[in-house]
Design a protein around this ligand. Sequence first.
Ligand code: 4NP
Length: 162
Amino acid sequence: MSATRPPSILFVCLGNICRSPLAEGIFLHLAERHGLDGVVVDSAGTGDWHAGEGPDRRAMAVARRRGVHLPSIARQVRVPEDFDRFTHLVPMDASNMAHLLDLGAPPGRVRLMRAYDPAHAGLPVAPDVPDPYYGGDDGFDRVFDMLESACLGLVEHLRTGS
Ligand code: 4NP
């Protein structure tokens, strides 16, 4: 990544209809609230089953309840374009991370979502954002909370360079 290149973030999960669209919407919301301008943000899935769809209705519902807009239309990760275009590749779990690395993502640009949460700063490996797809609605509330903490950490990381 070049020092002069503005940050650009691609949030990545499996289907691109639950976790990464929530991460994208929450990050955009917090970046605006904290005066972080000019960051390009997108999300994608390692799978293509839901390409062209909006977020899962349970993700939409929790976002609406908590005042966050989700602009995402699902798409699959594009290789190699996304690896050239984005300075930060942010997988939701270890499986998404392994998949990105297998596809040839530059390891220095890949960091797990929850590694940006200051609560996990001391851990050798950050915990996963669990896949809520096959669970109930309460799973989406828990995922929202995890993403909010991690996105706040990412906003601070980009604002302060920490
Ligand atoms: P996501 O959740 O990776 O957070 O978007 C999933 C969505 C769909 C499927 C799996 C996970 N699926 O198997 O269709």
